[in-house]
Ligand binder design. Structure first.
Ligand code: RB5
Length: 154
């Protein structure tokens, strides 16, 4: 599974820890490091840059980290077909995959410490969409998303 990660200036230290953690687990991880190319880039640009790569299917899953995880989730959800959620506990991280089928996990480096962040990432990576009763709900989200991005088309 190809996973992509990025962070703003509030979360560079946590990002480096998670990159090492994922590598040690054998996960194929790419750090986009937008601030490396463009130091002034903030969460909207960084989150958008990663979310577009998920939309274009360059990567299957993405991790975005900022101070709170909120701004990253908000901007990633503005990219069509991309679903992102903030998780600061392992149960939510598991449900984000199992119930919501979200491709992007966001976290706040000012909210969680590195060990909890690693456990959250593990729970999210080890979980897949469960289907069943969640299928219709996720399909409804996708239908409503189309309506919102393409008003006028049924
Ligand atoms: C700092 O720019 C802070 O606003 C950002 O890291 C994030 O928490 C936004 O949601």
């Amino acid at each position: 599974m190809k996973v992509v990660i990025d962070a703003d200036d509030a979360a560079l230290e946590l990002k480096a820890i998670l990159v090492e953690h994922l590598k040690s687990k054998g996960v194929e991880i790419r750090d986009l490091n937008l601030v490396g190319d463009k130091a002034e880039a903030a969460y909207p640009e960084i989150g958008y840059n990663l979310a577009v790569k998920i939309k274009d299917k360059e990567y299957v899953r993405g991790i975005l980290i900022c101070g709170t995880g909120l701004g990253m989730a908000m901007i990633a959800n503005k990219v069509e077909t991309v679903y992102a959620g903030v998780c600061h506990d392992t149960y939510s991280a598991e449900r984000l995959r199992k119930s919501n089928d979200a491709q992007v996990l966001t976290m706040g480096a000012r909210v969680v410490g590195p060990e909890l962040a690693k456990s959250i990432v593990n729970a999210w990576l080890e979980s897949e969409f469960q289907g069943g009763g969640s299928t219709e709900k996720v399909e409804t989200m996708r239908k409503l998303e189309k309506k919102s991005f393409h008003p006028g088309k049924s």
